[in-house]
Design a protein around this ligand. Structure first.
Ligand code: RRO
Length: 306
């Protein structure tokens, strides 16, 4: 019997603990992914990658906000063919599940990139249908249940690894888009991507980001993300991975109680360092012991009891 109380199983992925690196932070190289695993993460998610290389937006691409960061990076990535070589290398050094975040401008592109990612060794793919500020992809797909379903169906037909769908909070009802994803075959959901936001410089009297609008992440969005996970747990039967402002073990436990089977951490890694995973896991372990739980699984969704 597995006597590690922190271990979790999500859609067939075995994790030594319920913390994952969120997409977008330290996700480009085998070495940075390895550093995150040494910092205690149970799995890693890469930066989103598409069919062709993209430069991303001009600077400034990130601005600090109260309780977080607003970014509009603009999906900078080297394209799947170049990135596949990095994944092949990463698989030799990263001793934990490696999840590739993929995006496309059509369902066929998503399927093409996901297929190449799995061929290169990805243990699962996370579909980015939720980037809030790049035209014709991201949340322009993820806000539309029909388009989400088409993307998920095509990816499921193309790969035999778990397909995780990362949802946008920038919708009226997150359960609606989630249901479309699950009906089309999604094996798990990540909730949430960043919240659409803006910052203005009072001296220049212009928006700060070159793209004007960006996505807010960090502790400022934690209550929004937590509510999304709670809603999803009530309405959708699948694995949920919580993401949005998780910094401390208490944040992580809140997400587990709301119904997440695991959590992703991104902005806290950027603002602190990769050892945040160790600290969060240590805290979860102590909490389980104090409350006499034998596993993380016993906590998942416990806040919903009647
Ligand atoms: O690259 C970005 O600007 C970006 C992406 Br792909 C995303 O999914 N979420 C976000 O806040 N920024």
């Amino acid at each position: 019997m597995n006597n590690n109380p922190l271990s979790v199983r999500i859609a067939g992925l075995e994790l030594r603990n319920p913390t994952l690196l969120a997409s977008g932070i330290l996700g480009y190289t085998a070495e940075s992914l390895q550093r995150v695993i040494e910092g205690g993460a149970g799995a890693v998610v890469t930066k989103s990658v598409g069919v062709a290389p993209r430069m991303g937006y001009a600077n400034p691409t990130v601005v600090q906000a109260s309780g977080g960061l607003i970014n509009a990076m603009g999906l900078p990535n080297p394209g799947i063919d170049e990135y596949a070589a990095e994944i092949i290398h990463a698989k030799t050094v990263v001793k934990a599940p490696l999840i590739m975040s993929v995006f496309g401008y059509s369902a066929d592109e998503f399927a093409l990139v996901a297929g190449k990612a799995v061929e290169a060794g990805a243990d699962a793919v996370e579909l980015n249908v939720s980037c809030p500020h790049v035209k014709l992809t991201g949340s322009e797909i993820g806000q539309n249940p029909k388009l989400i379903a088409e993307v998920v169906s095509k990816v499921k037909a193309a790969v035999r690894k778990p397909v995780i769908v990362k949802l946008t909070p920038n919708v009226t009802d997150i359960a609606e888009t989630a249901k479309a994803a699950v009906k089309a075959g999604a094996d798990a959901l990540t909730a949430i991507n960043t919240v659409k936001a803006l910052a203005i410089d009072v001296e220049t009297a212009f928006p700060i980001l070159s793209n004007v609008r960006g996505g807010l992440s960090g502790s400022a969005i934690k209550p929004i993300a937590l509510r999304c996970v709670y809603d999803l747990y009530e309405q959708v039967k699948t694995f949920i991975i919580g993401c949005g402002g998780i910094t401390t073990w208490q944040d992580a436990v809140e997400f587990l109680l709301a119904g997440a089977s695991a959590v992703q951490i991104g902005t806290a890694v950027a603002l602190e360092d990769p050892n945040v995973f160790q600290a969060v896991n240590r805290g979860i372990k102590t909490y389980l012991k104090k409350k006499r739980y034998k596993s993380v699984q016993e906590v998942v969704g416990f806040a919903h009891r009647t």
